[in-house]
Ligand binder design. Sequence first.
Ligand code: 2P0
Length: 320
Amino acid sequence: MKKIARAHTNIALIKYWGKQNAALRIPLMSSLSMTLDAFYTDTYLEPSQQEQFYLNGKLIEGPEAQRVFNYLHLLQRRYGKSGNLSVHSQNHVPTAAGLASSSSAFAALAAAFAEYYQLAVNETELSRMARLGSGSASRSVFGGFAVWQKGTDDQSSFAYSLDSNPDLDLQLLAVEINTGAKKRSSTKGMQAAQTSPFFAPWIKRNSLELSQMINAIKNHDFTRIGQLAELNASEMHAVNLTAQPGFTYFEPTTIGVIQLVHEMRQNGIEVYYTIDAGPNVKLLCQLKNVKIVKEKLVSAFDHVKIINASFGPGIQYLDN
Ligand code: 2P0
C-alpha cells in the first residue's frame, strides 16, 4: 500500500509576486516563508480507469480538476510515466482560515506522485516538481523557514530549508474576513501587477528585504521579522494599487484590521500583519500577546474568526 503524502501550507514573509517564466513558474524574485502547523493537505494516488480528483471525499470536476490532471500529465511526461490516476486529497485547511491551499495541495501532490511511482527524488527535486504545480508549493516541501531561490531556469529554481525547526516565539493568527473565492487569482494578479510603475523598484526591494529577513531570522529577532514582513506585504499591495489599471484584494475590514494593528503597536502590543492575494489578514505576534490581540480583534469586528498557527514540518509520508 502506497503511503499518504502530507504537506503543510506556508505563508510568505517575503513575497513571490511576479514570474519570469509563466509555464515553468520561475519567479522574478526569491521569496521566504514560514510553514504552518495548523493547515495541511493529505494526498495519495491510485490507478484508475478514468482520471478522477476527489477532494474531501467529493468528486471534483471542471477547471480545478483539470489543473490537477494537467499537472500530473506534465510530471508523467517528465518522468516517462503513463496511465490514468485518481487523486484523493483531504484538505485540513479550515475554510475559516482564509489561507490559500495551493501551496499544500501541490506539494502534497508532487510528493504523492513521487511515492506512487517510487521515484528516487531528493527534497530539491521535490521542490522543483511542486513549483510546477504552484509556485508557493515549492516552499511547502520544507518545515520552519524556507527560501525559494528564484533561479533562472527549471534546474535552478527551487526552495531550500533555512531553519527547519526555528527556536523562535512566532505565532500566526489567521483573521478571516471573507472566505469566498477570490476575484482575481494569484496567477492573474501577479501578471497585472507588472504594469505598475513601482514593479521594478519592488523587485529590487524584495531582494534587499530577503537578505535583511534572513539576517533577522538568524538573529532570532522577532521585531525585525515582523517589521520586514509587514513592509514587504504592504509593498506587494502597493504594486497592485498602482497597476494600470489598479486593483486591490483589500476589503474595508482589511483596512480596519491594519488600522487596529497600528493602534495596538502604539499602545505597546507588538503585532504585525501580512496579507496575500485576498482580503484576509495574518497577524504575527509572540505567545504572550495572542490573548490580548484576539480580544482586541473580536471586540472591534463582529463575527471575526481567528485561527492560531505556528511552525509546521516539511513533507511527511504516512501509512494509508
Ligand atoms: C507567496 N502568493 O509568496 C505569494 C504572495 C500570494 C501572495 O504564492 O501562479 O498560488 O500558482 O505560481 O503559488 C500565491 O501564488 O501562484 C502566492 P502560482 P501561487 O506566497
